[in-house]
Design a protein around this ligand. Sequence first.
Ligand SMILES: Cc1ncc(C[n+]2csc(CCOP(=O)(O)OP(=O)(O)O)c2C)c(N)n1
Ligand SMILES: CC(=O)[C@@H](O)[C@H](O)COP(=O)(O)O
Ligand SMILES: [Mg+2]
Length: 639
Amino acid sequence: MTDFNIPASLLDENLPHSIRQMDLAEKERLARDIRQTIIQVVAKNGGHLAPSLGVVELTLALLSVFNPSRDHIIWDVGHQCYPWKLLTKRAKDFKTLRQFGGLSGFPKRSESPEFDRFGGGHASISISAGLGMAMARDLNDTDENIVSVIGDGALTGGMAFEALNQAGGLHKRMIVVLNDNEMSISRNVGALSQFLSRNLAHKRFLNFKDSTGNFLKSIPKIGETLYNIADKGEKSLKTLFTQGMIFEALGFNYIGPIDGNNLEELIRHLEIAKEAEKPILLHIRTKKGLGYPPAENNPSRFHRVPGFEPETGLVPTPKINAEQGPGFTKIFGASLCELASEDKKIIAVCAAMPDGTGLGEFRSRFPERFIDAGICEEHAVTFAAGMATRGLKPVVAIYSTFLQRAYDQIIHDVCLQNLPVVFCLDRAGLVGEDGASHHGVFDLTYLRSIPNMTVLAPRDEEDLPDCLYTALQLNSPVAIRYPAMPTHAKIAKHEGFKLLETGKGDMLIEAEQKDVCVLAVGHRVHPCKTAIKALPNNNISLFDARWISPVPEEQLKKLAAAYKGLVFVEENCRAGGFSSACLEFLADNDLLGACKILRIGLPDNTFAEHGPVEELRKAYGIDTDSLGKQFVNFADTIK
Ligand SMILES: Cc1ncc(C[n+]2csc(CCOP(=O)(O)OP(=O)(O)O)c2C)c(N)n1
Ligand SMILES: CC(=O)[C@@H](O)[C@H](O)COP(=O)(O)O
Ligand SMILES: [Mg+2]
């Protein structure tokens, strides 16, 4: 591992408490050191660069005004926590950021119980968590401050509003800092975002204020009183017509917008917010990527960036291995465009991840049929259900981990009414450095148990277009799950779409000796194939099940009857996943006989860690080498 030069200023063991004694110039020097360190480390390890660079001043200001050993600061999503980690006793280990066994890229209670008050990864949680802490504080009769920091993107999630509504109703003392940089991963979307970014000093708006004042005055009898009420104190016309009005309506005091990259101004306003006895929202404007021009100029690219050249900001294009496919994400996007050009009823829906889900081309080619709903997976799913009732064919592209948010919407709004919504779950399986909050390792379990839901996992990029085409023909809810990574397979040129037979898998290797058959699903099929081919005796068969719900029942029956041992392989937690589905079918139909079983998947009793994805696969025994070894050991027990 490269030994970075972490500046001495960050290694000072009196941090973070010493910040409260520093003068402005010292803090500004610290800000420079923080930025330099983050750029160096993220250039090597990859990570969320632009979000973290944008909140360097905010982090310093929070640590100037609050006592982090007593007060609770909660970072929404938590992808912007690198300055926080550097200042709260993790500078020495910062070079291990996002590495296996190293620091997490998100706040993590077990990593720093004193300073990371709430874990992160998924959006829109900070106000609910903060309100819970405020509730506990008041019941415990303690007096710590609670500060929830939420981005304008995370504020598009309904949970944030549910929490604001409750906090305002309860008059709980807490501070919400709204970090508004007009960006989600891509540009932020929705009416609120447009409202927050409106220039309220605009002449037309000021004229509107004047005319509204005149209008109030003109109301007979009560007009003058109404005007005076509106004109006085915190309920002045100015307050009524700032971006704060929406938060005021929810029971919050509002301050802002202020320059969130101006340390002095931030500290002054946080001191004011700290004195409030009611919930208060401080609206700050920051620049995503500040201090690193490539990130300032392209905050989406540097939102979560793999390694790059720090001097130039150049992100190397991944080396394409001639034996690898182009990646599922790309093929999904291209296939959907091809299908949508023939079928005008196809609509693409995503939740704030147009590029990550491969919908960039669709957005450009069919803008009127592309919807980015914002960070609101629940709404996106029910919105799609509504469209499906009117004959449209919505394809909802959401990462496996984020679709967890919309579980009841999938059950109640889609499956219960058997509506033809197609779910495309990218980032299925282990995702790597984002870690436990982001691994898509529960989807087979949470989807296959829902009535009416069909679940498919293509083994490679050649299989995916046919799965998508078939899903759109089924006229009922279908989920297709796949990873972002390319498979280790040379992909034949895709020509036309093939309708797949429901519940039918493919026998890929049929050994003469009927001892062991490996039944794999999704992107673990090719590693199983490679592992089997590398074994000295060609005596293990391989079956790609493809369908998880319904499982390939007829083929399963035959395999259980023919083989002495069956090995199930999936990149999902073992509990309730593919192997469970097959074994339930076999056991319920008394088909298991003396067949021996080995189930390979992710552990049921622990969350998978963060780190490079191949390292994780190795650690959990699902990389090619480990698979081969387990096949051989299992085959030995059969003889
Ligand atoms: C529930 C959920 N959906 C989607 C995401 C993916 N995601 C992570 S950060 C982000 C954008 C957040 O924007 P904002 O809160 O404004 O923070 P910024 O990056 O602009 O600082 C998105 C969509 C997520 N983490 N959680
Ligand atoms: C914090 C978060 O949820 C996203 O930024 C996520 O890390 C993006 O992942 P991809 O870069 O794989 O789209
Ligand atoms: Mg933002």
